[in-house]
Design a binder for this molecule. Structure first.
Ligand code: ATP
Ligand code: MG
Length: 293
């Protein structure tokens, strides 16, 4: 299977003509569910490759990688993060889950709470939801915008355009500072979400995952889809592309996400730090001392 071709299909790095309805949540790039074992093998390989690259990322200590995950409820964010990152060194990864803002956070500009969670050099940062909620849930629920205490004259019909611009500027700033960004929209269908909700209700070991609020958000399905589409149109770029990942088949979602991360890390042309002549001499001295003990 040509991984490059597969990734290209789901990567949006220029959003002007993006339409969500051109993307099928059930798509598996022609792989039948009979190919699941092979996909599993590919995922295992991807996870190993990710671990190898992460080691170099940390050793080199120059680049950082930020992974943003956005999706409707039950699209599989948590499971994808768990599986794809299963092989990496936990010391080099920080996961941040963004929930509804606190009153302290509402007293600040909308990007304020994000700032301290960007990954440091050598690390991978994962955002389970993100500042993108500010053009998604906040757009679908105007009452949330009111709670943000903005001066009324700044809340105009252009506010979403303004926010897209601010987000683009932030992402350009980060990439110029060596923080590479990948964004994943796990694209689940309304039908599959219903199936997963029912499973959460029917299985005692899954009950805890169900929140009654999720059904309320589901009623706003079309508003969310519109908000996602507009977001992807306005915030896709070469430096910080969106991947619209089909999410009706978990095995396929994980494969695409792992492959995209490996691809991005490879693109950074990572290398272990080179040791100069003086350091080589120091190592030789240390070796000699140890042997002479
Ligand atoms: P799970 O899949 O386990 O349900 P989750 O990501 O949905 O995980 P929850 O605690 O259920 O986690 O939900 C977090 C909620 O916080 C979401 O409904 C999300 O829309 C909301 N949220 C996140 N960021 C913001 C924000 N900036 N403003 C308002 N609401 C936000
Ligand atoms: Mg939830």
């Amino acid at each position: 299977m040509k991984i490059d071709k597969m990734l290209k299909r789901y990567r949006i790095d220029e959003g002007k003509h993006f339409r969500l309805k051109d993307h099928d949540p059930g798509d598996t790039h022609g792989l039948k569910s009979a190919a699941k074992p092979q996909a599993q093998e590919l995922l295992t390989k991807g996870v190993e490759e990710l671990a190898r690259l992460q080691d170099i990322l940390a050793a080199q200590d120059r680049w950082a990688l930020l992974l943003v995950f956005q999706a409707m409820d039950a699209a599989g964010k948590d499971g994808t993060i768990k599986h794809v990152m299963s092989g990496v060194n936990p010391q080099g990864v920080q996961v941040t889950s963004f929930k509804a803002p606190s009153s302290e956070e509402q007293d600040h500009d909308f990007l304020w709470r994000t700032m301290k969670h960007f990954p440091e050099r050598g690390d991978i940062g994962i955002f389970n939801r993100s500042y993108y909620e500010e053009v998604l849930v906040v757009r679908v629920h105007p009452e949330l915008l009111q709670k943000e205490k903005l001066p009324p004259s700044l809340v105009t019909k252009h506010i979403w355009r303004d926010r897209f611009e601010d987000i683009n500027a932030l992402e350009r700033y980060l990439t110029r500072n060596g923080i590479a960004i990948l964004k994943f929209f796990l694209h689940v269908s309304k039908k599959e979400q219903k199936r997963r909700f029912l499973e959460r209700l029917d299985r005692p070991d899954k009950n805890w995952k169900f929140s009654t609020a999720d059904v309320g958000e589901r009623r706003r399905w079309d508003d969310y889809q519109d908000a996602y589409e507009d977001m992807i149109r306005h915030t896709s770029s070469k430096e910080a592309p969106w991947y619209v990942v089909p999410a009706d088949n978990k095995w396929f979602t994980r494969l695409v996400v792992a492959a995209a991360i490996v691809d991005a890390l490879k693109g950074l042309k990572l290398a272990y730090p080179k040791i100069d002549g003086k350091q080589k001499t120091e190592l030789a001295v240390a070796r000699k001392q140890l042997l002479e003990e």
